[in-house]
Write a protein that binds this ligand. Structure first.
Ligand SMILES: Cc1cc2nc3c(=O)[nH]c(=O)nc-3n(C[C@H](O)[C@H](O)[C@H](O)COP(=O)(O)OP(=O)(O)OC[C@H]3O[C@@H](n4cnc5c(N)ncnc54)[C@H](O)[C@@H]3O)c2cc1C
Length: 389
């Protein structure tokens, strides 16, 4: 059958290797993970062992030294294969904070271990129950006491904590009332999670639509060594913003992978399914929405490559990275809807994987940043319209 991604021949080695690995984790594997409300441990370990999750770590620390474009192709291919990068993508995009702002000691201590797959950095704790998207109102507080910070507060929807050795934590280190700019006074810490429950960090799972192993976290005098502060105290929000372009581009690429997966499934089914003595794809009511969704995935893919290119060239790419995430998330969601509709009742049957991927791709309308917040960024910072909040 005709290949639907015209860039399928680019980065061929990466694509083929990732596809090969994913081929060992077929539908039945994902059904079992879902049925057990489990975590795809074997899958994530296989990706780690093959070095894909440390692709962005420089070679001097034992990583792959990949460009962001190459890293985005890895995540695209995982989702294109029907698997879900959501189980492990954070290691790719959290890495930037440590790479750019971590001290030499921190990098020497952690990066080779992460690159070798002996430590995982899969959790990133930002969201709070009473703060939501308004991150500068973060209430979790880390108070410096000698050579430690003592953390108190609460986080919500923090993914993969039981499956991560390290977590990047955003907390206030200066009260909001005492800072000149609300974006100041926040800091980021690399938290070791070993025995966390005994040390004052309680984790409570939140069952949710995408089997993301997401938790509420309660910090009760939880101590973090001062040496695990990343960069300068009070600059954490700026460091996180810094990493967001990479995150947006990588998530955009996952959505592109989903989009092509949905379109291919819909196209194949539209060609094969005979109703009223003809393939349903012969009806324009079925054919056109698939074609339309395909055009949108292709257009979003161009923006993703443009954003990744600018990023890799060290150029400003805030607008493109945000648009890539927005367009790709919308296109994959449109493709998901079209694929579901094309399959009629069968789209609802678990064995077709469509309902699972449908739920998984919906997440990117909301997390890690919701569509509205991207629109507000574009309206204000790119188009120069008034700030709305
Ligand atoms: C499965 C899952 C995994 C997650 N994993 C993580 C994780 O690992 N780490 C982490 O830190 N967080 C994680 N999150 C949290 C996620 O990033 C947040 O849910 C998301 O950022 C939105 O925050 P909120 O839910 O508090 O929504 P709110 O901020 O309460 O917003 C609710 C709705 O209102 C809209 N809205 C809010 N303010 C405005 C405005 N001014 N103008 C227009 N619209 C507005 C938003 O766009 C959104 O649609 C996860 C969430 C889920 C569901």
């Amino acid at each position: 059958m005709k290949e639907i991604n015209p860039r399928d021949q680019e980065h061929k080695e990466i694509r083929m290797a990732v596809r090969d690995l994913c081929a060992s984790f077929q539908s039945a594997y994902w059904h079992k993970v879902e049925k057990d409300s489990g975590y795809p441990d074997e899958f994530v370990q296989a990706l780690s062992k093959a070095g894909w999750l440390s692709a962005l770590i420089p070679e001097e620390y034992g990583g792959g030294g990949a460009s962001l474009t190459e890293a985005s192709v890895i995540l695209e291919e995982i989702n294109r294969s029907g698997a879900n990068s959501g189980a492990c993508h954070a290691q790719m995009y959290i890495m930037g904070a440590l790479l750019r702002h971590g001290s030499k000691e921190q990098k020497n201590k952690y990066l080779p271990e992460i690159a070798a797959g002996r430590l995982s950095l899969q959790s990133f704790a930002v969201t709070e129950p009473n703060t939501g998207t308004d991150t500068t109102k973060t209430k979790t507080f880390a108070e410096k006491k000698g050579d430690r910070y003592v953390v108190n507060g609460q986080k919500v929807f923090i993914s993969r904590v039981p499956h991560s050795d390290l977590m990047l934590l955003l907390a206030r280190t200066t009260p909001l009332a005492d800072v000149k700019k609300k974006t100041d006074g926040l800091s980021i810490f690399l938290v070791e999670l070993k025995d966390h429950a005994k040390r004052g960090l309680t984790e409570r799972p939140i069952r949710n639509m995408v089997n993301h192993e997401t938790s509420e976290l309660f910090f009760d005098d939880f101590e973090v060594p001062a040496e695990n502060l990343i960069g300068e105290e009070g600059r954490g929000f700026h460091y996180i913003l810094d990493g967001m372009n990479a995150e947006r581009i990588l998530i955009g690429a996952e959505c592109i992978g989903d989009g092509y997966w949905f379109i291919e499934k819909a196209r194949n089914y539209a060609n094969e399914r005979i109703v009223f003595d003809r393939p349903i794809g012969q009806n324009q009511g079925i054919q056109f929405p698939i074609a339309q969704a395909y055009a949108h995935v292709r257009a979003a893919d161009l923006m993703r490559y443009e954003a990744a290119r600018l990023f890799d060239e060290g150029k400003a790419c805030g607008a493109e990275a945000n648009m890539a995430k927005l367009l790709a998330a919308d296109a994959s969601w449109e493709a998901a809807n079209v694929c579901m509709q094309t399959h009629g009742g069968y789209g609802f049957a678990v064995e077709y994987d469509i309902e699972r991927k449908f739920r998984e791709t919906k997440l990117y309308q909301v997390a890690p940043i919701s569509t509205n917040l991207i629109l507000s960024f574009l309206g204000e910072h790119v188009l120069g319209m008034p700030r709305s909040f």
